[in-house]
Design a protein around this ligand. Structure first.
Ligand code: MEV
Length: 308
């Protein structure tokens, strides 16, 4: 059988917010994650020179390079590939930008070398790319970039889609970028120095996820807000909050939010905050002279092929 491959291809994948459970998901606890309507698009061309080229440069330590190399190796593709990355997802602030870029890069390479998006292969390839960002990714960021929607992710059990009553969420960007790997290491150090307490924190987090699912069912925003603050206190205890995060949370609460917490790796980056729709404008206004604010849609579509 002759397979149809492409000279050029494009695909896109969404960013994400972790609503509850970041970091603890690395230790196989459940987390709730949602795709957002900010996307990364990656265009790819079959290229005369071998290897992976981002624009006209070979960037060895780039997640896209690693992800595409994996695709080329597994599919036995002989030519090179050139990529163009166009991302609307702010980088290094917890919104899953590197995972989306890795996923879209791998998917476009899969289109060029196989003529279709092999999702299983793309998932493995993107995880290789994520290992550049930190050695031990749970896989939550790449999984949501592929699947889209909202769901519960557990490292050992994968992704389970759920319906949630929230359509939008307010994201506040502290503007401070940081490295996911450093934050994951910080938690590992905490866990090694405080073994018993860390075990308690992990089981508290697991209970919390069950309470969150109940609060979603009864549409109890006030309870969800309180649970966000509990989640934030656990994240603070393991050392991944920051002065900027605490300041942004305080501003959001003072302006009438039910709750707020960091999202992603922390140490800066973004917080999410939960409020009644009629309060969102007031909260945005009172924060926007200090931090960037985005009102984003949740449960966005996952990985998809794009026209080129
Ligand atoms: C980063 O978006 C989420 C972390 O839990 C790391 C991971 O799960 O791989 C901090």
């Amino acid at each position: 059988m002759v397979s149809l491959t492409f000279e050029k291809a494009a695909s896109s994948a969404p960013g994400k917010v972790i609503l509850f459970g970041e970091h603890f998901v690395v230790y196989d606890k459940p987390a709730i994650v949602s795709a957002i309507n900010l996307r990364a698009r990656v265009e790819a061309w079959r290229y005369g020179r071998s290897g992976v080229w981002i624009e006209y440069r070979m960037l060895v330590d780039h997640p896209s390079t690693k992800a595409v190399e994996y695709i080329l190796e597994k599919t036995g593709f002989m030519s090179g590939i050139r990529l163009k990355i166009l991302s609307k997802i702010p980088a290094s602030v917890g919104l899953g930008s590197s995972a989306s870029v890795s996923v879209a890069s791998a998917a476009s390479a899969s289109l060029i070398s196989l003529g279709r998006i092999d999702r299983e292969l793309v998932e493995k390839a993107a995880l290789e790319g994520e290992k550049i960002v930190h050695i031990n990714p749970s896989g939550i960021d790449t999984t949501i970039a592929i699947c889209g929607g909202t769901g519960i992710y557990r490292r050992s059990r994968g992704f389970n889609p759920i319906d949630i009553p929230l359509k939008k969420i307010l994201i506040i960007d502290t503007g401070k970028t940081r490295r996911t790997g450093e934050m994951v290491n910080r938690v590992r150090e905490f866990s090694e120095k405080n073994k018993d307490r860390f075990r308690e924190i992990l089981s508290r987090e697991e209970e919390l996820i069950n309470d969150v699912l109940d609060a979603f069912k009864s549409l109890d925003l006030e309870k969800l807000g309180k649970l966000m603050l509990v989640n934030q206190s656990l994240l603070r205890e393991v050392g991944v909050s920051s002065l900027e995060i605490e300041e942004a949370i305080k501003l959001a609460l003072d302006a009438g939010a039910y709750g707020a917490k960091l999202t992603g790796a922390g140490g800066g980056g973004c917080i999410i905050c939960l409020a009644d729709e009629d309060k969102i404008e007031k909260i945005s206004k009172s924060i926007s002279n200090k931090f960037k604010v985005y009102l984003t849609e949740l449960s966005a579509e996952g990985l998809r092929e794009e026209k080129i």
